[in-house]
Structure formats: C-alpha cells, structure tokens
Design a protein around this ligand. Structure first.
Ligand code: G3I
Length: 348
C-alpha cells in the first residue's frame, strides 16, 4: 500500500484534523496530502462554539462550510467537534447582560439552540459529532464546568437528546483525553452506562490519544478499548499525536537525549530533532498501530491531530517557542520514519 487510507482500509478510517489555513485554501501542499492520505477529517478549531457562534446572534459558518465541502468532495467521513465543552466557549454563553450567571432554563435553551442550529445545518453531511467533550476529571468524577454548575448532571443527557433531534442519523460520541487511566476509564464507563440506562443511544467513545513516547503503557490503552467496546459502542482514536519533548505541564512527553543541545527555557532541541528520538517516535507509532490493528473489530477510526509537525498544537504549548515533532509528516510535508513504520504495521 502507498497511502495510509489504503493501508488500513480493511481495519479503520484514517484521518487528520484540519485547520483554518487548510480549509480556506492557504495551504495547498497540506490539502494535497490530506486528499491523498486520509479518508476522514475532523475540524481542529473551526466548529468549536467560539469559532462558529462567537456572539449570541452571530454565527460564522464560512470556514465550517468549506471544511464540510472539502470532505464531501473527497467522499470522506466527516466529523464534527465539539458541541458542548468547557473550553473555547464564549463567556456570554453562561452570563446574562449584567454578567451574572444565567439560570438552568436559559442555559439549556442556549445549548438547544446552538446544537440544533449547528448540527442541523450539517444534517446528512457531518457523519459523527463529538457531542460532549472532556466532561470528566482524571479521577473519573464529573468536571465542575459551567455546564455542570448551572444545569447539573443532566446536561449530558440533554446534549445527546438535542443532538439526536438535530440529526437522527448521525453518530453521537463522548470524547475525552487520558481515558487510558483506570479511574478515568471507570468514570467514562459510568457516564456512558448512565446515559444508556436513560434510553440515550451513545454511538461511540472517542479516546483523544495525546500520548508521549513512554506513557501511557499500551496495556492501559488496550484495557480501555475493551472496556468501552463492552458497552456496545464504537471506539475511535480522535486526536492522535505523540510528543517527543519533555512536557513542562506534567503531561506525557519524552526523556531528553542529553547528547544533544536542549534549550530548557523554550523546550526545544537547538539543532533539530535527534535521529535517536526520531527512531523512538517511529517505534512508538508502530506499537500503537499494531495495537489498533489487533482491535480493528472494535475501532472505527484513527485520526491524527494535524497533518505535519508544523500544524501541531504541541508547538508553542505550554511554552511559546516550543518546537515539537509529534506527527507523521515533517515541516516540508515529507513522510518521516514514523510514517513508514505505521505503513509497515499494515503489512503484518
Ligand atoms: O485564532 C487566534 C489568533 O487570532 C491569534 O492570533 C492567536 C494568538 O494566540 O491565537 C489563535 O487562537 C488559538 C487557536 O488555537 C487557533 O490557533 C488559541 O490561542 C489557542 O488556545 C487554540 O488552541 C487550540 C486548543 O485546542 C484550545 O483549547 C488548539 O489549536 C487545538 O488543537 C486544541 O485542540 C484540543 C481539542 O479541541 C480537544 N482535546 C485537546 C486538544 C489539544 O488541546
């Protein structure tokens, strides 16, 4: 096989998250790579509340329309991300004109209008929505977000109900990070089971997959694939990247190769990514894809959170000036050793 989508066509969809430059035709090389390699796409930022619905009565659909059109033109599986989240949601959503918190009724109405307007617009075009994103703490308890504080626990149920009403045919997902952690895995199982008990159909659980070179242990990832699949839902890896730098935020990253000059202040290798780390990245991706293939009966899609190293949110985060190398393609749009390593797992 010569492309990712062909290599895994009998296993799962393979995709990438798209940014504004790509959907607005300012990155022709990136788009060419997307059209060649992937059969599913996700919107990195442009369908989040602050992008698509910045003001109470103002929607900004143009980038999202372009995104959906790109997917349709290429016959791709088009994903929506994310209807209800605590991040990248404007402050006005939770406040009245005096800046006081709105009532449960008002917030539920705003949520309903938003979901029905946005998901409704793309009915039959967006194939799967992340309905609720990151509702859990790492210990498996529910995050005390504004949604939770103002509406209460049933905001989850309501979000899924509104989304189902907006488009009865599309897939509805719960999406989160660190779902490999045992306590958080248990929390996600409780969350989805409790929705199912209320008669809500959850189609899938999205495991984001922001990983490091060593952490998490793949046994933990595997345990979550099995536990979620046992709920009768699909499992997808929705935001895959592997950080090759130590991460000052405490998130999974990598050890520094001390034989190379490393700038601690900006969290960068001054002479570029060492070969040794390049090889570790390739091996880690190969191990991960071997696991995905082992469970291809349970896994529906695997989506990278960007296309090239240049696109990744792991640049500049958590430090401005940070230069990371988490993807399969380098800054010149060339496949890295990790790309070949992933393709090789398909041949085995
Ligand atoms: O658009 C503005 C631009 O006008 C401004 O000049 C620039 C200067 O800071 O900021 C731009 O906005 C940034 C935006 O990305 C678009 O690039 C924001 O500052 C930045 O915070 C935002 O980061 C996004 C992040 O979510 C925010 O939560 C990342 O791109 C995006 O990759 C990331 O994606 C999330 C998933 O949605 C959920 N799971 C975790 C994942 C990674 O954090």
């Amino acid at each position: 096989p010569v492309t990712l989508k062909e290599a895994f066509k009998d296993d799962f969809y393979v995709g990438a998250a798209l940014n504004g430059r790509q959907v607005n035709n300012m990155d022709a090389q990136g788009v060419a790579l997307i059209e060649k390699e992937f059969n599913t796409i996700s919107p990195e930022n442009l369908l989040k509340w602050e992008s698509v619905h910045p003001q109470p009565d103002a929607y900004n659909f143009e980038p999202a329309d372009n995104y959906v059109a790109l997917g349709e033109k290429n016959d791709m599986f088009v994903v929506g991300h994310a209807l209800v989240w605590h991040n990248q949601t404007p402050k006005w959503v939770f406040e009245d004109e005096q800046g006081n918190p709105v009532s449960r009724e008002v917030l539920l109405k705003r949520m309903e209008d938003h979901i029905k307007t946005v998901a409704g617009r793309y009915k039959g075009k967006i194939d799967s929505w992340d309905v609720v994103n990151e509702a859990l703490n790492d210990d498996g308890t529910l995050r005390q977000s504004k949604w939770m504080q103002i509406i209460g626990e049933d905001y989850l149920q309501k979000a899924f109900e509104f989304a189902r009403q907006a488009d009865p045919e599309m897939e509805l997902y719960y999406n989160d990070y660190n779902l490999w952690k045992p306590e958080k895995r248990a929390g996600a199982v409780r969350l989805v089971r409790s929705l199912q008990e209320k008669g809500i159909k959850v189609d899938g659980i999205g495991m984001q997959g922001h990983y490091g070179i060593k952490s998490p242990a793949l046994e933990e990832v595997e345990a979550s694939i099995k536990a979620f699949s046992d709920l009768g839902v699909k499992v997808s890896f929705t935001e895959v990247d592997i950080d090759v730098l130590p991460n000052p935020s405490g998130r999974a990253g990598a050890d520094i190769d001390a034989t190379f000059d490393f700038d601690e202040k900006f969290n960068v290798y001054t002479t570029g990514l060492p070969d040794s780390v390049q090889q570790q990245l390739a091996q880690r991706y190969a191990d991960l894809f071997a696991l995905f293939r082992k469970h291809s009966d349970k896994i529906d899609r695997v989506t990278f959170w960007g296309v090239t190293d240049n696109d990744s949110w792991l640049n500049n985060w958590p430090i401005r000036g940070r230069t990371s190398y988490p993807m399969l393609f380098d800054r010149q749009y060339q496949p890295k050793p990790a790309y070949n390593a992933v393709l090789e797992t398909a041949a085995k």
